[in-house]
Design a protein around this ligand. Structure first.
Ligand SMILES: Cc1cc2nc3c(=O)[nH]c(=O)nc-3n(C[C@H](O)[C@H](O)[C@H](O)COP(=O)(O)O)c2cc1C
Length: 370
């Protein structure tokens, strides 16, 4: 039995519970990838709602690695100051500040999710091979020098993220973005040392994991987000994800965040509550590494059950937390764990009395002053 509200430690980083805010693009950064007050409000709302770790949206390691022109970036020293503000504000309300570092590869240069289509035809996308995703632009096949520079961009982004105060760094290797494009034989058609067999296709990920780990202090936590399967015949498989997880664990990755899909439009996803949990359980068992489960987990009882069954160590939520930033606090109340509520003192009169003092409190009565 692993309590949803128990502490969880990765190296020198302790989460106050097992709930994480999954990365969520907001598509509203300033044109140069700098955060705005929206990002501050969005992330801090969810941190104050009780999450153990709060992870930024996919934050680009190079300008051309952005999914959309509105993505956050961390490709220059000018990004450090504004990110310091985000990380400090998340930490100030008791959540571990996390950042997802990312490169979109051939899925870059798109308009925000609520529009569609290409953002900027003059923006050249890069990928392992010159093969487009669906009707997206045909990318430029990366040279070896460009691969090396991209790995170094992940390392430089990590140094800046550490300087900004993030304590949990997640490499985005899922959802059909650059790292995943190298992993899958459906998008990686190279026949040099960065393609072909499993070793070649996974090389950019292992090299990036090595470079990122070397760029951060030993006591900070490193995670990787993977798509455990492409959900397409002939694509990247769960078995390969397990082997990749073993290898990156040996290189200092502390947690695998297990998602799926996003690489190929032919994917057939068996969508339903917890549909990616079997992938998380396979990685946890096969690679003996801590994992986060994510994807259509919305009920507190379900989250607790996944932990009880030993299928994951953390539960990451995205849309449920957009609907209700206080999901962790509500979950504690639902599961009868009111003693686990981490109520900010400013909100104590709304929450602190629940279960502790008087469940029948008549809110029509004047409340005592703090
Ligand atoms: C608005 C929105 C933006 C997202 N942006 C990202 C992102 O930046 N990086 C990422 O890895 N996943 C992203 N995702 C996927 C989520 O992190 C999560 O894996 C997915 O929504 C499934 O979890 P859920 O069912 O709890 O929403 C996004 C999802 C949403 C809804």
């Amino acid at each position: 039995m692993t309590d949803l509200f128990s502490l969880f430690t990765l190296r020198g980083v302790t989460l106050r519970n097992r709930i994480g805010v999954a990365p969520m693009c907001q598509y509203c950064a300033k044109p140069d990838g700098l955060p705005t007050d929206w990002h501050l409000a969005h992330l801090v709302s969810r941190a104050v709602g009780g999450a153990g770790v709060t992870i930024t949206e996919a934050t680009a390691v190079t300008p051309e690695g952005r999914i959309s022109p509105g993505d956050l970036g961390i490709w220059s020293d000018a990004h450090v100051g504004p990110h310091t503000r985000l990380a400090a504000a998340i930490a100030a309300v008791g959540s571990v500040p996390g950042i997802q570092i990312a490169h979109a590869g051939r899925k870059a240069s798109r308009l925000p999710a609520w529009q569609s289509g290409p953002a900027d035809p003059s923006w050249t996308c890069i990928a392992p091979s010159a093969e487009a995703f669906g009707d997206f632009a045909v990318p430029h096949a990366m040279t070896e020098a460009e691969i090396g520079a991209t790995i170094e961009a992940f390392a430089a982004a990590t140094r800046r993220a550490v300087q900004a105060g993030y304590r949990f760094i997640e490499i985005h290797a899922a959802h059909g973005y650059l790292m995943h494009q190298f992993l899958s034989p459906l998008s990686n058609r190279r026949n040099d040392g960065w393609g072909g067999d499993f070793d070649g296709r996974s090389r950019i990920v292992t090299e990036t994991a090595k470079a990122v780990r070397a760029a951060m202090p030993d006591d900070l936590a490193l995670a990787i987000r993977v798509s455990h399967t492409d959900w397409v015949e002939g694509g990247w498989t769960t078995e390969e994800t397990v082997e990749l997880s073993r290898r990156v664990k040996a290189l200092g990755v502390d947690l695998v965040d297990v998602s799926s899909g996003g690489l190929d439009a032919r994917q057939k996803i068996p969508m339903g509550p917890g549909y990616q949990v079997p992938g998380a359980a396979a990685v946890r068992e096969g690679a003996a590494v801590p994992v986060a489960a994510v994807g259509l987990i919305t009920e507190p009882g379900h989250a607790q059950e996944i932990l009880n069954e030993g299928k994951a160590d953390l539960i990451f939520l995205a849309r449920a937390l957009l609907r209700d930033p206080y999901w962790p606090l509500h979950a504690a109340a639902t599961l009868g764990r009111t003693e686990a509520l981490a109520i900010p003192p400013q909100y104590d009169r709304a929450w602190g009395t629940l279960g502790k003092v008087n469940m029948d409190l008549d809110i029509g009565q004047p409340q005592p002053a703090l």
